[in-house]
Design a protein around this ligand. Structure first.
Ligand code: HEC
Ligand code: HEC
Length: 246
């Protein structure tokens, strides 16, 4: 049988089409199974835990593992959220790298910028439109952008570094001045301080999950319990309540 027989030629032509088509089909299947296929939250949670465990610095106790939401760097927040407007200058946003546009903003001071970016400022939406960003994450993103545009702000450290480690006594103090209003009595369905049964199912979620939900607010629990201090301090109040209720 010679290789240029018509039968063989048809075989070659079919193969020439079929091979790329099958490859593309397999590739699409692979990509879609990675991005959308079987969204298994248990697996996601597992991998989050696994990542947290791997990035955990040596010698840091389990209690001070960074909160997954809340520990993003300024660059990560910028890339995920702020870039939409601040990379291009859309809607009049000061563009990153444009020192002239940033100079009058930087002059307002870091605190004012943090306040404007968390509450919203004209066409600038509160937290860039991502309510799940913590105050520290917003501040880190501002420092990241401003520092690429002539500024020299200090990015608040992610809790992992231990640089903003909070004195455990601070947690007790915050509890006594803020959280006690509801958690002291169990008002509005708040898990009561020291009530092991009320706290057990919450503690079962893990400290990071508690910090995340309490930071955002949960039903009658206002965001951060109405506390206006840093995320690390707020976390220390939760640690204090949890440790006194298990
Ligand atoms: C939808 C577009 C948009 C997104 C997304 C956005 N910004 Fe802005 N931002 C603006 C605009 C527009 C302004 C200018 C507002 C003005 O001065 O009137 C601004 C201004 C600011 C300022 C200066 C405020 C001041 O007082 O001068 C800061 C700081 C800022 N943004 C931070 C952020 C951070 C941090 C993020 C991401 C978490 C973010 N922005 C995401 C549109 C956006
Ligand atoms: C205005 C009342 C109120 C104040 C003040 C308050 N809480 Fe709460 N908190 C609640 C209520 C109500 C719940 C239960 C929400 C639910 O599960 O529906 C709750 C739940 C929680 C939880 C459990 C979250 C979860 O995922 O199960 C934590 C942690 C917490 N609060 C921390 C704090 C801390 C820390 C403070 C002080 C900085 C504080 N709260 C102040 C009302 C309050």
């Amino acid at each position: 049988m010679s290789s240029n027989s018509p039968k063989n030629l048809i075989g070659i032509v079919v193969a020439a089409f079929a091979v790329p088509v099958i490859s593309i089909y397999l590739l699409v299947k692979l990509v879609s199974s990675v991005s959308t296929g079987s969204p298994n939250t248990a697996d996601l949670a597992m991998s989050n835990e696994a990542v947290t465990a791997r990035i955990q610095p040596v010698g840091i106790s389990k209690a001070s593992i960074p909160v997954a939401p809340g520990a993003r760097s300024g660059e990560q927040v910028f890339t995920a959220i702020c870039t939409t407007c601040h990379a291009t200058g859309a809607a009049g946003a000061p563009k990153v790298g444009d020192n002239g546009a940033w100079a009058p903003r930087i002059t307002k001071g870091f605190q004012t910028l943090i306040e404007h970016a968390t509450k919203g400022f004209n066409a600038m939406p509160a937290r860039g439109g991502s309510p799940d960003l913590t105050d520290d994450e917003v501040a880190r993103a501002i420092a990241y952008m401003a520092n690429k545009s002539g500024g020299s702000f200090t990015e608040p450290k992610a809790a992992a570094g231990g640089a903003d480690k909070v004195d455990p006594a601070k947690g007790k103090e915050i509890y006594g001045s803020v959280c006690v209003a509801c958690h002291g009595t169990g008002a509005a369905g708040a898990p009561k301080f020291g009530d092991k049964a009320a706290w057990a199912p919450r503690i079962g979620k893990g400290l990071d999950a508690l910090v995340a939900s309490a930071t955002k607010g949960l039903n009658a629990m206002p965001p951060k319990g109405g506390y206006s201090g840093s995320d690390a301090e707020f976390r220390s109040a939760i640690e204090y309540m949890v440790n006194s209720s298990k």
